[in-house]
Write a protein that binds this ligand. Structure first.
Ligand SMILES: Nc1nc2c(ncn2[C@@H]2O[C@H](COP(=O)(O)OP(=O)(O)OP(=O)(O)O)[C@@H](O)[C@H]2O)c(=O)[nH]1
Ligand SMILES: [Mg+2]
Length: 315
């Protein structure tokens, strides 16, 4: 029986193995994903993003508990930035989500950004797909909202929650407009700290300044204390309200079209690049091009056009 069939039967170990195969870039993993794909599209995907240490993992843990209490199965994909600033995040996530570690209805998986050759958004989509096929009703993706990569990742989520903390003060002005655009819900976590109301007010003001059309979704700003579990029910309620909006307004259609287009383009780019690399390996093209660039006889623009021309002509 193919690994995919085991996954579709809800076999958690098979899912974990397939995710490892995806990580290792095994060609067999792609064949399994092809089998799984027709059975996906049932999970509701929630993105949680925000600066390092904002309390995202603590929040994910609490939100997971609420969905579990409602009988939903929850998959969690935590993107570990493996940056020197947040080193050890994986361990931290494991500890913070410890209480779910014996729960068969919760599947937690960390992804490292380092070494994700095919692009992080591609591997995140693939892992979310496996969780979906495994029968997870909810898939939560946690990522530190810093770079374009992270923004791309949360675009795959039906509902994106942007997590902030009090005391950002003037820094809040420095938050890229991109973050405002991707948030469906804004959360001021660590509301036990001073300045939570002010941060919430500033966010509301910034959102109002966007002058978004009224018929569109109007993002709310919520306050939470993830550590004590305060405001979590309200947050889940708002996530469900956004879900209702997506489906009742029909916005889900364009969302899915955009997401599918990005997913396909990601895979296409990845596959083309892999084929180009394999093509160049046949006759050591890379070394020749680099030699030529160092010697001054070859420019990289013409060289890449030659490689693509050769590849398309011969294949
Ligand atoms: N005071 C206070 N601390 C909190 C709250 N929520 C989380 N924390 C603490 O904030 C610290 C960081 O929490 P995490 O959940 O690891 O934050 P994170 O955003 O996932 O961090 P990275 O994944 O490393 O970016 C931990 O020590 C938490 O216990 C809160 O509501 N109030
Ligand atoms: Mg975290």
């Amino acid at each position: 029986m193919a690994l995919a069939e085991h996954v579709l039967n809800g076999d958690i170990r098979a899912a974990a193995r397939l995710m490892r195969d995806i990580d290792d870039n095994r060609p067999s993993a792609v064949e399994e994903l092809k089998l799984l794909y027709p059975h996906t599209g049932n999970a509701y995907i929630i993105g949680i993003t925000g600066p390092p240490g904002a309390g995202k993992s603590t929040l994910v843990d609490q939100v997971t508990a609420v969905f579990r209490a409602r009988g939903k199965k929850v998959g969690v994909v935590a993107i570990d930035p493996t940056s020197p600033f947040t080193g050890g995040a994986i361990l931290g996530d494991r500890i913070r989500m410890n209480r779910h570690s014996c729960d068969e209805g919760v599947f937690i998986r960390s992804l490292a950004t380092r070494g994700a050759l095919g692009g992080l958004s591609r591997s995140t989509s693939d892992v979310a797909l496996v969780m979906d096929a495994l029968g997870m009703d909810i898939v939560i993706i946690e990522t530190v909202g810093v770079g374009q990569d992270e923004v791309d990742i949360v675009k795959a989520a039906h509902t994106t929650c942007v997590v902030m903390v009090p005391g950002l003060g003037d820094d809040i002005q420095a938050i890229k407009a991109g973050i405002l655009e991707i948030g469906d819900i804004f959360v001021v976590n660590k509301a036990d700290r001073d300045g939570a109301d002010r941060t919430a007010r500033e966010l509301v003001t910034m959102l109002e300044m966007r002058n978004a059309p009224e018929e569109l979704w109007n993002p709310q700003v919520l306050k939470t204390e993830a550590q004590r579990g305060t405001g979590i029910e309200e947050l889940v309620g708002e996530i469900m309200a956004h879900r209702d909006y997506l489906f009742s307004s029909g916005a889900i259609e364009s969302f899915l079209r955009e997401r599918n287009e990005r997913h396909f383009m990601d895979i296409l780019r990845d596959n083309l690049f892999k084929r180009a690399v394999a093509f160049m390996e046949r006759d050591n093209t890379l070394a020749r091009v680099v030699d030529g660039m160092c010697g001054g006889g070859i420019d990289p623009y013409s060289a890449s056009e030659d490689v693509i021309g050769g590849m398309l002509g011969k294949d």
